[in-house]
Design a binder for this molecule. Structure first.
Ligand code: UDP
Length: 340
């Protein structure tokens, strides 16, 4: 626990990725000690301070062990995962290896080094499609795609290790992680972008001619899918609260969303408002594995851990994301060339 004379040291596995790096920056800003462990296959070195990065793969059990020992790690946040639903349908083997076996490697290294707190990045994709909205932590977990099944398997594994080895664990089920650092210095940047907001804003900065809208005849208020977009700063705040609460014996799952359902067309409208003009898109067939509506109830974490999301409106999310895309149209490649 945080006491005036003890600062907890947290290892962020996957800490150079989009959500992980936002959490690393948040922890450092809020009086924690933290380092990232990342292969940089999906993460970006420029997203974290150079002296806070250990370059390593999730499959490298020796290096995970060594890192926890050398840095006297006391807590782990585990972000590292593959997270594309369509890709998980095509290559389940890669998803089970990274998301399930990778989690086992992290847990084994924790047990070996007596690290007894973990906060895990789980997902709304672990819930079934038949649940009523908003989803609570009591809603039925019945994932419909391999990605969600690998994340649910990892949740179960963490709970089993926690019971057997006296760990404290927080399972954080993100809805749609979005937005950027409020100063516009860090944000979303993937080699192969598949997420709605960055694709829309890349179109705005001229990196794309148009973007696609997956499905226009869903049974929703305007025919497009409804999602719950939650800002990375708010996810970061939740991680801090969860790691501080995760004393041995603590085992809780929490949804992380705003409770606001936003359609794809509403996202586009918010982006067009902050950009100041209309953007080109095409409505095409729906994407495999997409449910019509996903909205969170996050009352549990608000009540139990006093989580207070600061970016509840899609407009605020679009504003921060637009600042990042305007500053760095080609993402971290532009950031690196502006600092060298
Ligand atoms: N979406 C879209 N066009 C895209 C990417 C996404 O219409 O190019 C839709 C997608 O069908 C979903 C929403 O936008 O309803 C959010 O998708 P995203 O891939 O950003 O996140 P996910 O919900 O898959 O985690």
């Amino acid at each position: 626990m945080e006491t005036p004379d003890h600062v907890m040291k947290t290892l962020l596995v996957g800490g150079a990725g989009y959500v992980g790096s936002a959490c690393l920056r948040w922890l450092l800003k809020h009086g924690h000690d933290a380092i990232a462990y990342d292969s940089l296959l999906a993460g970006n070195a420029a997203a974290v301070p150079a002296d806070r990065l250990v370059l390593g793969d999730l499959a490298d059990r020796d290096l995970l062990n060594q890192t926890m020992a050398e840095h006297r790690v006391e807590a782990v946040m585990h972000f590292a995962a593959l997270a594309s639903v369509p890709e998980s349908i095509q290559q389940p083997e890669t998803y089970y290896r990274t998301n399930v076996l990778g989690t086992k490697n992290v847990l084994d290294a924790m047990v070996q080094n007596q690290v007894d707190r973990i906060v895990f990045s789980s997902t709304a994709a672990t819930y079934g499609f038949e649940n009523e909205m908003p989803l609570t932590e009591q809603s039925r977990q019945d994932p419909q795609v391999p990605y969600g099944r690998t994340k649910l398997a990892a949740e179960h594994m963490i709970l089993d290790y926690a019971r057997a080895h006296g760990l404290g664990c927080g399972l954080l089920r993100y809805f749609n992680a979005s937005g950027a650092d409020p100063d516009g210095e860090f944000g979303e940047d993937r080699q192969h972008e598949t997420h709605l907001i960055p694709l829309v804003l890349q179109t705005a900065v001229g990196g794309r001619e148009k973007f696609l809208v997956f499905g226009g005849d869903w049974e929703t208020r305007d025919g497009t899918c409804v999602r719950d977009y939650v800002h990375t700063e708010d996810l970061a705040q939740a991680h801090q609260l969860a790691i501080e609460a995760a004393e041995p014996g603590f085992a809780r799952a929490y949804n992380l969303g705003t409770g606001n359902g936003t359609t794809v067309f509403e996202v586009i409208q918010a982006c067009e408002e902050v950009v100041g003009r209309k953007l080109a898109y095409e409505v095409v067939d729906s994407r495999p594995g997409d449910p019509a509506v996903l909205v969170a109830s996050s009352e549990k974490i608000k009540k139990e851990l006093a989580w207070k999301p600061q970016f509840a409106e899609i407009r605020q999310i679009a504003e921060t994301a637009w600042k990042w895309h305007q500053n760095y149209p080609r993402g971290y490649a532009d950031k690196l060339s502006s600092t060298t």
